[in-house]
Design a binder for this molecule. Structure first.
Ligand code: ADP
Ligand code: MG
Length: 300
C-alpha cells in the first residue's frame, strides 16, 4: 500500500503541491491526471524519495520514502519523461549496462524476458539513437523493470507516442498488472488514453487533489442531477405527469431530473404512455465529469 499524507512542496515561494493526501491499494492501476504544471512530476519525485517535501510524508509498504529511500527504490521502478538511455549504445547493451549497475544476478536471462515482454526483439541490437519514441519508451520501461519492482511509477508514458504506440504501452502495463499483480501509478494530462487501463483516479489541479476514487465512485458523486435523453414514440406527446422535457421533438426528448431516484420513475411513466427505444444518461461518463471538475476549478 502507498500512502501520501498531507504533502506540501514549495519551490521558492511558489507552491507546487498543497496538502496532498491519498491512498493507493496494492495491485491497483491509478491514473494521476492533471494539466501541465499541476504537480504530477513533483509528486512522483517525492513519492520516490528523490525530492524532499516541505511537509507531509509518503509511506510505501510501511517505509517512509524520505528516510528509507534505498529500500523504497529497490521495490519501485520509475519511468520518467527523460529516458536516461545511452543513444550510442544498442538497446540490449543499455540493459546490460543497467543490469550491471543493479548488480543483477543472471542479467542475460532477465533481459531476454524483458525483451520478449516489451516486444523489442527485432531491434534490441540497434543503437538507441535510431529508435522511434515508442521504441525508446518500451526500452526505458524494460530498464526500470530490470530489478523486478512490485510498484511502477510512470510519468506521462504516452506522451509523444502515436495511437499504436500508446496502445502497445497500455497493453504491456495491463499485462504487468494482471500477470504479476504490479501496483501501477500513471501520470497523464489526457484522461481518455488511460481510461482503458486505470481502475482508480487522482485528479490534480494547481497542486491540489480535486477529486479521487474509482471510476464508479466518481461518477456516482456527480450523478446527483442527471439528464436523461430519451428516444421514443409518444402518441400523446411528452407530457408525463410530474416530468416535462427541457427539450423535445417528435421522436426524442431531454429531461432534467433532480435525483437518480427519478430515473426509474420517469422511465416507468414513459413506457406506460408510449414506446421507449433508447434512454441515455447524459454527462455521467468520467470524461464529462473531469471536464466539469476542471471548469469548476479554473475559476478558483
Ligand atoms: P506537471 O508534472 O503536472 O506538469 P510539475 O510537477 O512539473 O507539474 O510542476 C508543478 C509546478 O512546480 C509548476 O508550477 C512548475 O513550474 C513547478 N516546478 C517543478 N519543478 C520545479 C523546480 N525544480 N524548480 C522550480 N519550480 C518547479
Ligand atoms: Mg510532468
Amino acid at each position: 500500500m502507498i500512502e501520501a499524507r498531507n504533502i506540501t512542496k514549495h519551490f521558492g515561494t511558489l507552491p507546487a503541491l498543497l496538502n496532498v493526501s491519498f491512498t493507493i491499494q496494492q495491485g491497483s492501476v491509478t491514473g494521476l491526471i492533471g494539466p501541465n504544471g499541476s504537480g504530477k512530476t513533483t509528486l512522483i519525485r517525492i513519492m520516490n524519495g528523490v525530492l524532499g517535501a516541505n511537509a507531509g510524508q509518503v509511506m510505501i509498504q510501511g517505509m517512509n520514502t524520505s528516510q528509507e529511500t534505498e529500500k523504497v527504490l529497490s521495490i519501485c521502478g520509475t519511468l520518467t519523461e527523460q529516458s536516461g538511455l545511452y543513444e550510442n549504445m544498442s538497446g540490449r547493451d543499455n540493459l546490460l549496462f543497467f543490469a550491471d549497475a543493479f548488480a543483477l544476478k543472471c542479467p542475460a536471462e532477465r533481459i531476454d524476458e524483458l525483451v520478449e515482454l516489451l516486444e523489442i526483439q527485432d531491434y534490441q541490437h540497434r543503437k538507441v539513437g535510431t529508435y522511434s519514441t515508442g521504441m525508446k519508451k518500451r526500452l526505458g520501461l524494460a530498464r526500470v523493470l530490470l530489478h523486478r519492482p512490485s510498484i511502477l511509477f510512470l510519468d506521462e508514458p504516452t506522451n509523444g507516442l502515436d495511437p499504436d504506440g500508446i496502445q502497445m504501452v497500455l497493453r504491456i502495463l495491463r499485462r504487468l498488472n494482471v500477470e504479476q499483480g504490479m501496483t501501477i501509478l500513471i501520470s497523464s494530462h489526457v484522461l481518455t488514453q488511460l481510461s482503458a487501463v486505470c481502475n482508480d483516479y487522482i485528479f490534480m489541479e494547481k497542486g491540489r487533489i480535486v477529486e479521487k476514487g474509482t471510476e464508479q465512485e466518481i461518477i456516482q458523486r456527480y450523478q446527483s442531477e442527471p439528464r436523461l435523453e430519451v428516444e421514443a414514440d409518444m402518441p400523446n406527446g411528452w407530457i408525463t405527469g410530474a416530468f416535462s422535457p427541457v427539450a423535445a421533438n417528435s421522436h426524442s426528448a431531454t429531461f432534467q431530473l433532480s435525483s437518480r431516484e427519478q430515473i426509474p420513475q420517469l422511465l416507468r411513466q414513459l413506457t406506460e404512455s408510449g414506446q421507449v427505444y433508447q434512454a441515455r444518461i447524459e454527462g455521467n461518463d468520467l470524461e464529462s465529469i473531469y471536464f466539469a471538475i476542471r471548469e469548476a476549478n479554473a475559476h478558483e
